[in-house]
Design a protein around this ligand. Structure first.
Ligand code: 5AD
Ligand code: SF4
Length: 441
């Protein structure tokens, strides 16, 4: 049997794609390798969102080149494929910069890997495919294999929003939704293979508009209602959402759909109207605050998560203070925050008033300190409470399992392995740095 090693960078959609690449190559005889050393084929599934993520790939390719040469010395071949958003963004240039690459595919063309592998095996040389064949990929992929207790399921891809800092509209293409029937079929297969939680993925997942065979358009709320009927499925989550697409029916679903978890990742990026306008976010600070209020009206205990960028071109001290103020008002459960990173081809990269690294560092540190405080407050508030935990896998300590609360906290508790895949009640006793600990009740 041949062996495949897939290394994933970046977002959850890349994690989904990596699992699909493994599904796709399994019929060709590829099983999972534990490390690149043992692999006949290595796939790097790359991320272009910030400069650091993109640069990591080239250092990994350097390591792989040495490994490939060493293997060649022993008469062993190793194929190296690059997938994902760096491959899409750089294309041919990437092949020139890293000649060790044999195969290069974008996020919408990885389903063609089998024919590309065959071509390279037959004729030698390299193969590259980076066009955008709309939705062809999902039709071409085989049925999803087992994924464990919590499984990702891409329902929407791409972005039409064109925030001025972001490469996604260029690397993932235009907003596209999969048909409800295709999503339900994949969901059923995942649940039949043992999944108890589905995490619906999309760059703008709440912009989901699937076309049913009767010509009707399904919203994300309607899709979640249909998914909730699948027997054996305990939980539904979705990510990432855009404030502009947070429709009334989805807000109501957080009250009405028992399987929809009380957790929402809703990136705001900045609390300053000037910066939000320069980012082309299409919402103002007050729109976001009003939206959060409506969501909390519908589901009072919902945990709110967000993304932030500090040091966007032109961001003043007052703009940054407006972000801090918004954070103090909302009180976030969990967040991601980043220094602005110039991305080739995006409008903001050409802006004149770039912010110095020193100021970006200071702002990020201040923001992260506040956000960490809020996260700790949110987690401390769980102590003494009894939470439903969906157990996913063994924990680090013997006899321990780890699972997730409805609010996405990792929770550790002593429990029998047979509890994996089940929802059990846990009384929370302790907060550790990034998780909670408790006892089964
Ligand atoms: N620089 C820094 N952060 C970025 N993000 C997207 N593009 C950039 C960039 N150029 C962040 C946003 C987005 C998250 C996925 O990554 O906060 O929500
Ligand atoms: Fe990027 Fe903005 Fe689209 Fe999110 S909404 S993927 S930040 S362009």
């Amino acid at each position: 049997m041949k062996k495949l090693f897939v290394k994933t960078y970046g977002c959850q959609m890349n994690a989904y794609d990596s699992a699909r690449i493994a599904d796709l190559l399994a019929p060709l005889g590829y099983g999972a390798a534990a490390a690149p050393e043992d692999a006949d084929m290595v796939v790097l599934n790359t991320c272009h969102i910030r400069e650091k993520a993109a640069e990591k790939v080239y250092s990994e390719l350097g390591t792989l080149r040495a490994l490939k040469e060493e293997k060649a010395g022993r008469g062993d071949a190793m194929l190296i494929a690059v997938a994902g958003c760096v491959a899409q963004a750089e294309g041919e240039l990437m092949l020139q910069r890293a000649p060790v690459i044999d195969l290069l595919v974008g996020p919408q063309t990885y389903h063609r890997l089998p024919e590309m592998i065959a071509k390279v095996a037959r004729a030698g040389g390299k193969a590259l495919q980076t066009d955008f064949p709309a939705l062809e990929k999902f039709d071409a992929l085989p049925q999803a294999g087992p994924r464990g207790v919590s499984a990702f399921l891409t329902v929407q891809e791409g972005c039409d929003k064109f925030c001025t800092f972001c490469v996604v509209p260029y690397t993932r293409g235009a907003e596209l939704s999969r048909a409800p029937g295709a999503v339900l079929a994949e969901a059923q297969a995942l649940v039949a293979a043992g999944a108890r939680e589905l995490v619906l993925l999309g760059q703008n997942v709440n912009a989901y508009r699937g076309t049913a065979p009767d010509g009707k358009t399904w919203s994300l709320a309607r899709l979640c209602a249909a998914l909730a009927k699948i027997e054996g499925l305990a939980r539904i989550r979705y990510t990432t959402s855009h404030p502009r697409d947070m429709a009334d029916d989805l807000i109501a679903a957080h009250r009405d759909n028992d399987k929809l978890m009380p957790f929402l990742h809703l990136p705001v990026q900045s609390g300053s109207d000037t910066v939000l306008a320069a980012m082309n976010r299409q919402h103002r600070r007050d729109d976001y605050l009003a939206l959060i209020a409506r969501i909390r009206d519908s589901r009072p205990d919902i945990a709110i998560s967000s993304d932030f960028i500090v040091g966007f071109p032109g961001e003043t001290d007052a703009d940054f203070e407006a972000t801090m103020e918004l954070v103090r008002t909302v009180k976030f459960a969990q967040t991601f925050s980043f220094k602005y990173s110039k991305r080739p081809g995006t409008p903001a990269a050409a802006a004149l008033k770039q912010i110095s690294e020193k100021v970006k560092d200071e702002r990020l540190q201040a923001l992260q300190q506040l956000l960490l405080q809020q996260q700790n407050d949110f987690n401390d508030a769980q102590i003494g409470r009894t939470l439903d935990v969906l157990f996913e896998k063994p924990g680090r300590e013997p006899g321990q399992l780890v699972g997730r609360s409805p609010y996405l906290h990792p929770i550790h508790a002593q429990a029998d392995a047979s509890t994996i895949g089940k929802v059990a009640q846990v009384r929370v006793d302790v907060r550790t740095a990034n998780s909670l600990k408790g006892v089964l009740v």
